[in-house]
Ligand binder design. Sequence first.
Ligand code: OSB
Ligand code: MG
Length: 375
Amino acid sequence: MNPLTLEAVELFRIRLPLVAPFETSFGIQTERDILLLKAKTSDGDGWGECVATEEPTYSSEYIEGAQHVLVHHLLPRLFERGRLSAEDVGQALRPVHGHQMAKAAIEMAILDAQLRASGESFGHFFGAVREEVDCGVSVGIHSSIPALLQTVGVYLDQGYRRIKLKIKPGWDVEPVRAVRERFGDVPLQVDANTAYSVSDAKHLAELDAFELLLIEQPLPEEQVLAHAELAKVVQTAICLDESITSVQAAADAIQLGACQIINIKPGRVGGYLEARRIHDLCSQHRIPVWMGGMLETGLGRAGNVAMAAMPNFTLPGDTSASDRYYHRDITEPFVLVEGRLRVPQGAGLGVNVDTDFLAQITHRHETVRPTRRAI
Ligand code: OSB
Ligand code: MG
């Protein structure tokens, strides 16, 4: 890829209501406040999406913090570099600890600018082996079992190829049993978002009766060894999400026997390039991976769907259609066809931002440029 010069970055904060409330063990979301970046470069523009949530309840990152660290600590380091490539971003930002979601957003925007400039799609860049990817859907905690069965039924009618139920103590075995009884052997998995402790091992083992594909992140982020202990009691495959913050964390978790499957979210690990390294590591260790989701707009979805077309993404991802999240997306919508989404073929992310709609939903906008340094 040809290096380019980063000339300015526009930050857009947009508010988008969700089509339905989404409840997890860490809270309920009814709308999203999202940070989008437009990198303005010597070679044209590129878009990035930051997946940080409004509150620091999924991980320690949150949207205001991400914006602050970008403006004050990350972007100045990139402006200082002169010419740079997406591959240089990780190295340039190494002095700043953590803040993977903020780092991922700017790396994504620079990668998009470079690929748009050279006419290459994200899918081609990642070595996609499929033109479309199998999609699952993540189903939030519901107020009752009948309400849950209604929602799952609608998603199955729409063609989703796998159902993921969010669980927490008090909402686990019964909803899983109810979905199995009503919908038979549909591919099914659960996600606890860290809501359990290792002393719940026997209780979680009750889920073994339902032949789930996996149980995602039952224990807190730091408790990698405890997941390995849990795996001795629970037969269902353990998948890590929150704990996998880098390729190093993935290597350690695999060696410890803490997971048999990994959920890859480019934002959580600092960007698409680190996500690709995790994909490759997992391939070598015969650990299947799947593409997670953070309720992205069409921008993040475009990158995620492209990456999910890599060979070791062998399980359906949380890459659902745009209409599962938003009445109107900021790009052309991703539409489910036979339970799959098409990998965009155009240059870069291969989707276009609807700038009129973007202007309507933007509640804050700022532009950051290089400052002249004191002599
Ligand atoms: O743990 O996978 C998760 C959404 C927000 C934060 C964390 C998670 C999720 C999801 C939704 O499960 C996935 C999606 O459809 O984007
Ligand atoms: Mg998860």
